[in-house]
Design a protein around this ligand. Structure first.
Ligand SMILES: Cc1cc2nc3c(=O)[nH]c(=O)nc-3n(C[C@H](O)[C@H](O)[C@H](O)COP(=O)(O)OP(=O)(O)OC[C@H]3O[C@@H](n4cnc5c(N)ncnc54)[C@H](O)[C@@H]3O)c2cc1C
Length: 395
C-alpha cells in the first residue's frame, strides 16, 4: 500500500484547485433557504459548471458522462471542493448520490443512457419515494400498489418525507407489484416521471421552517413497464443497493465538512469569553473538541476504505455502510451540542452575533437532529450491524 498521492493525482488536485479558485467567485449569491425553484436553479447551475469542466461524476463510467477516475481522485475532489467552500450537491442529492449509482449497478443500458448523463449535466433532478405513513423503519411493509395494464403499471398510494419532490423531474419509487407474496418479495423499483398525471405534492415543514420534503399522493398514475429497474418483484434487492449508497457514500462530503467545523469551533472557543476566561481555557472542552477531531479523522479514514473497497469489489458498499452512517450522524450531533456549549446564549440565535458565525452552527444543530432518522434510524442501523455484521440472532 502506498498512501502518498501519485504525480497524476497531484496534478489532478492542482488543476482542480485552480479551477475552483477561478470559478467559485463567478457564482451568483445563494438563494433564500425556502425558495426551492431558485435553489434548484442554483444547484443545477453548479452541476452544469462541474460537468462542462469535466468534474461531474468523478468516479462514474466515462460512457455515461462521468470522468471514470480513480477512487483517490474522487476523494481528492471531495476534499478540495469542501476546502474551497464549493456548493453542496443540494437538490442533486438523490440523483447523484443514490439513484444514479443504483442505475449504474442495476439499470439496463437504455435506462443508464437516458438518465445518467442528464443527472451529471444538472438537467434532471430526482427525489426518493420510499417511505409511507405506515412504512418507515419497516419499509418492506409499504403498500403503494402497482397493477399491470398492458405496457404500463397503474400506481396508487401515498408516500411521505419525499425530499425535493416539489422540484424533481424523476422519482425512485417503491411499489407493491404482488400483494400476495411475502412482504419483501412483492416489491418493485420504478422510475416515476414526476410530470405524470395523477401526482399531487403537498409540502411539509421541517424544524427549520423549510419545505424540503413533501407528501406525495399517487392516484392511478401510469408508469411505463420499461421504467422498471431490475426484475418485477425483485425491488427489495435493488432497494438494498440504493440504501447502501445512501448510507455508505452519500454522507462523505459532510464528513469533510465536519472536520472543518471542528477547526472552526476551536477557533471560536478562543474568542468567546465568559467571566474573563476564554472558553478554550477549559480543559474539559479542549478534550471534547480533541475527541471529536479524532473521531472525524477516523471516519474519514473509514470512508476512504469504504470507497476503495466498493470500487475494487462489486461497486456497491456493503453493510459496513451502516457503521459509517451510525457513527457519523451521532458524532455530528455531539459536535453541534458542543458548539452550543461554546456559543452559550449565541446558540439560541440563527443570526450571527458579535462577529461569531453562530448562525451556521445553530442551523446545522437543528439539521443534524434529522440525520439519525433519515436513511434509516440509528436503531435500525444497530439492528443491521448486529444481524448482518456481528451475526447476532435476528430481532
Ligand atoms: C430529513 C429527512 C429526509 C428524508 N427524506 C426521505 C426521502 O426523500 N424519501 C423517503 O422515502 N423517505 C425519506 N425520509 C424518511 C426516513 O427514511 C424515515 O423517517 C425513517 O426511515 C424512519 O421511519 P419513520 O419516520 O416512519 O419512523 P418509525 O419507523 O415509525 O420509527 C419510530 C421510532 O421507532 C424506532 N423503531 C422502529 N422500528 C424499530 C425496530 N425494529 N427496532 C428498534 N427500533 C425501532 C425507530 O428507530 C424510531 O426511533 C426522510 C427523513 C428525514 C428525517
Amino acid at each position: 500500500m502506498d498512501l502518498r498521492y501519485s504525480s497524476t493525482e497531484l496534478a489532478f488536485r492542482d488543476e482542480l484547485r485552480e479551477w475552483l479558485a477561478r470559478t467559485l467567485p463567478t457564482l451568483p449569491a445563494k438563494p433564500d433557504a425556502d425558495d426551492w425553484p431558485a435553489r434548484r436553479a442554483y444547484d443545477t447551475t453548479w452541476q452544469r459548471l462541474l460537468h462542462e469542466a469535466g468534474y461531474a461524476g468523478i468516479n462514474w463510467p466515462r460512457e455515461f458522462g462521468g470522468r471514470g477516475a480513480t477512487p483517490t481522485e474522487h476523494l481528492i475532489f471531495l476534499e478540495e471542493s469542501e476546502r474551497a467552500g464549493a456548493p453542496y450537491v443540494g437538490v442533486n442529492f438523490v440523483g447523484l448520490l443514490h439513484a444514479g449509482p443504483t442505475l449504474i449497478a442495476e439499470g439496463n443500458d437504455e435506462q443508464r443512457r437516458r438518465h445518467l448523463p442528464a443527472i451529471l449535466r444538472g438537467d434532471d433532478v430526482w427525489c426518493q419515494g420510499f417511505s409511507e405513513p405506515d412504512a418507515g423503519s419497516d419499509l418492506a411493509s409499504m403498500r403503494t400498489r402497482a397493477v399491470r395494464d398492458g405496457d404500463h403499471y397503474v400506481v396508487t398510494g401515498h408516500k411521505i418525507w419525499t425530499s425535493y419532490a416539489g422540484v424533481a423531474d424523476w422519482c425512485e419509487l417503491l411499489v407493491r407489484t404482488d400483494p400476495d407474496a411475502p412482504k419483501h418479495r412483492g416489491i418493485s423499483w420504478l422510475i416515476l416521471p414526476m410530470d405524470s398525471p395523477g401526482i399531487e405534492i403537498r409540502p411539509l415543514k421541517t424544524l427549520l421552517g423549510s419545505s424540503e420534503f413533501s407528501e406525495m399522493f399517487l392516484d392511478e398514475v401510469r408508469v411505463p413497464v420499461s421504467n422498471l429497474v431490475g426484475a418485477e418483484n425483485d425491488g427489495w434487492r435493488v432497494t438494498m443497493v440504493t440504501l447502501s449508497f445512501e448510507r455508505g457514500t452519500a454522507w462523505v462530503d459532510q464528513i469533510v465538512d465536519s472536520i472543518r467545523l471542528v477547526a472552526d469551533l476551536a477557533a471560536i472557543a478562543s474568542k468567546v469569553t465568559s467571566h474573563g476566561a476564554a472558553a478554550w481555557d477549559d480543559r474539559g472542552l479542549r478534550r471534547d473538541i480533541g475527541h471529536l477531531a479524532a473521531e472525524f479523522d477516523a471516519l474519514w479514514a473509514l470512508t476512504k476504505r469504504g470507497v476503495t473497497e466498493a470500487s475494487t469489489g462489486s461497486g456497491v458498499p456493503g453493510p459496513g455502510a451502516s457503521v459509517l452512517k451510525l457513527r457519523y450522524t451521532e458524532a455530528r450531533q455531539r459536535l453541534m451540542d458542543l458548539a452550543a456549549r461554546v456559543l452559550d446564549r449565541g446558540a439560541l440565535s440563527r443570526g450571527d452575533i458579535g462577529g461569531l458565525p453562530n448562525g451556521e452552527f445553530v442551523e446545522e444543530r437543528l439539521n443534524s437532529m434529522s440525520y439519525t432518522i433519515a436513511a434509516g434510524t440509528s436503531q435500525i442501523q444497530r439492528n443491521i450491524i448486529g444481524e448482518r455484521i456481528l451475526g447476532l440472532p435476528r430481532e
